[in-house]
Design a binder for this molecule. Structure first.
Ligand code: F3S
Length: 398
């Protein structure tokens, strides 16, 4: 494998033990994935940031490291809103442990933005190489933006942040980005504006795709561009596919960027048919104990939609909304209007990685990914419904 002079010196320990350990991680991964070299990355997103998921073992490892990130790097959501954790019902012991994790990352030069939607901070460019680890962010970067990242683990993303490079293999290489499965969606209802429908579709499609790269054919999204949040629909679709399958990249004919750059033949590909008229059968109107929205973290468009859905209403059961801290501050007025209804918009965290939602019996979500993860991660029953039904459920009197 080709390492330049600097990389070789790092591997030989000339720049300290931590940089050597990080380079060893990258070189090992490069060997496993047959990479010929390391390539520079524009940005890094690191999972394994919630004390709920990494615990004491992960914290010990982080605390022993001594180096600084050399490229812009952010964290995945942590276990609580860093400022409003008491309001979330987080206990002091958890908060103290979570703060130790945050400080350990801060010491390594990681920016204190904890979000699974880092593309709302700074949108990567087409074909930029990245090292992101949150599966929904990976899927969005590859599919919706046409940037390039493998599904990094927490340690390999941290190694990329410190070294500034990642192995040039897998989805960093054009030839590995073509579809191998055709997902044909038939009988698509005319009204498919809500992101929840795409989350439900992704929940089904991810199971069918597994770890294969699919191309969606059979439905037309272009005409909706004026009337709905198309990027958010794609975000919701990919997040759910990454959860129920291992999707890191999907294409949608004539919608996602690479289908316009490259000729993507579907002839000869194995075809899976999904009946679009059945997607909404996943939806339920079971009365929940809490409602949680913002998986993946909300965009400005989604915040604005929630403002209009909540207009004139009062929330009757806990309604949690999750978004990145910077996005919340960019939309401070809209967030104030949402919170005036009794809903809470929390930063830095989410319904899955925070212990705050573990106490509820049934949680209603509008996300295929959250629908898939909430039962295992929160020990709660999950129901999925449209965003409007979620708001109605949160606001209806018992
Ligand atoms: Fe993000 Fe948490 Fe969903 S990390 S994608 S909001 S499970």
């Amino acid at each position: 494998m080709l390492l330049d002079k600097t990389d070789r010196a790092i591997l030989d320990g000339e720049e300290g033990e931590t940089r050597q350990e990080m380079m060893e991680i990258l070189v090992t991964l490069a060997k496993i994935s047959d990479a010929k070299e390391l390539t520079p990355v524009k940005s890094v997103q690191i999972s394994g940031a919630s004390y709920k998921t990494i615990g004491e073992w992960g914290l010990d490892w982080l605390s022993g490291l001594d180096a600084k990130a050399t490229v812009p790097a952010v964290l995945n959501p942590v276990g609580m809103d860093r400022e409003r954790w008491k309001e979330m019902g987080i206990n002091r012991e958890f908060a103290e442990n979570q703060n130790r994790v945050i400080k350990a990352y801060e010491r390594l030069g990681i920016q204190m933005e904890c979000t699974c939607a880092p593309y709302y901070l700074k949108m990567p460019g087409y074909a930029n190489n990245l090292a992101w680890s949150e599966s929904s962010a990976v899927c969005y970067a590859n599919s919706v933006i046409g940037a390039r990242t493998n599904r990094e683990g927490g340690p390999s993303a941290l190694a990329a942040a410190i070294i500034g490079k990642t192995p040039l293999s897998g989805l960093h290489e054009t030839e590995n980005r073509f579809p191998v499965l055709n997902i044909e969606v038939d009988n698509v209802p005319e009204e498919i504006k809500d992101t929840s429908w795409f989350g439900a579709l992704g929940y089904i499609a991810g199971k069918a795709a597994g770890n294969k790269i699919p191309i969606f054919t059979g439905f037309e999204l272009k005409g909706q561009r004026q009337s709905c949040l198309i990027d958010e629909q794609l975000k919701s679709l990919g997040a759910a596919m990454a959860a129920t399958g291992a999707t890191a990249l999907y294409h949608m004919q004539d919608v996602t960027p690479e289908t316009k750059m490259f000729k993507m033949e579907t002839e000869g590909l194995k075809t899976v048919n999904i009946d679009g008229s059945e997607v909404a059968t996943l939806f339920s109107d079971t009365a929940p104990d809490a409602v949680a929205l913002g998986c993946p973290h909300c965009s400005t468009g989604e915040i604005e939609m929630l403002v209009s859905l909540l207009e004139g209403k009062t929330v009757q059961i806990p309604l949690f909304i999750f978004a990145g801290r910077t996005l919340i501050s960019r939309n401070a007025d809209a967030v104030r209007r949402i919170e005036a209804t009794g809903a809470r918009v929390f930063a830095d965290t989410c319904m899955v990685v925070s212990p705050a939602l573990d106490k509820f019996g049934t949680i209603m979500v509008n996300s295929g990914k959250a629908y898939s993860y909430v039962p295992n991660m929160c020990g709660a029953k999950a129901v999925i419904s449209t965003t409007k039904n979620c708001i109605d459920a949160a606001c209806s009197k018992r």
